[in-house]
Design a protein around this ligand. Sequence first.
Ligand SMILES: *Cc1c(COP(=O)(O)O)cnc(C)c1O
Length: 219
Amino acid sequence: MIQKQLQLVKAEIPAHVTLIAVSKTKPLADLQAAYDAGQRHFGENKVQEMVEKAQQLPTDIHWHLIGHLQTNKVKYMAGFVHLIHGVDSLKLLQEIDKQARKARRVQDVLLQFYIAQEETKFGLDLHEAQDILASDAFKQLKSIQICGVMGMASNTSDQKQVATEFRTLKQIFEQLRNDYFQGQLCFKEISMGMSGDYLIAIENGSTMVRVGSKIFGGR
Ligand SMILES: *Cc1c(COP(=O)(O)O)cnc(C)c1O
């Protein structure tokens, strides 16, 4: 079942878009099934759950932390996490930088933006991000690399609304690339799109989709 769903989703995704299989709350056997079908990028939203799964699964998996992150959890994953999607403060960037340096790594991260019309979603707005990127405190961080942006659209059946929100994130990405990341090839990712809206996200410039229930079933 998982392998079949995975093939269905993969068939809809162009080659330049990375599929992250969001496996939060799912048992190891489900992740192994996706792995056996060739899947290598997995997304989790809780650090402890990701750490436990990573210890028991093949080491060539790329682990993505996609959820809201607390500074005191960064140290547990600093040695192995591939990409941290939900970074929304200077304080978090500083802690990730500190833990990455200790682990002798350069940590790839995405800045999370608030694009939805819902109060529950986390994220920066453009001005907050510009303040961070222009600050001296940010310029001192040498063990992080900002690779792009991440966002979640409103949970609504209004596809026009969802498309508008994704376009907003693409515009934020382009503005930041122009103003702060000229010539930095690593700033290239737009992480947007989930089970219900990944096709709309891809139409509007997504380079990474985070798909859970469509692959693994409901939670
Ligand atoms: C759970 C989650 C997803 C996947 O959601 P589905 O609707 O199951 O595809 C994607 N992104 C984030 C940040 C999530 O927490």
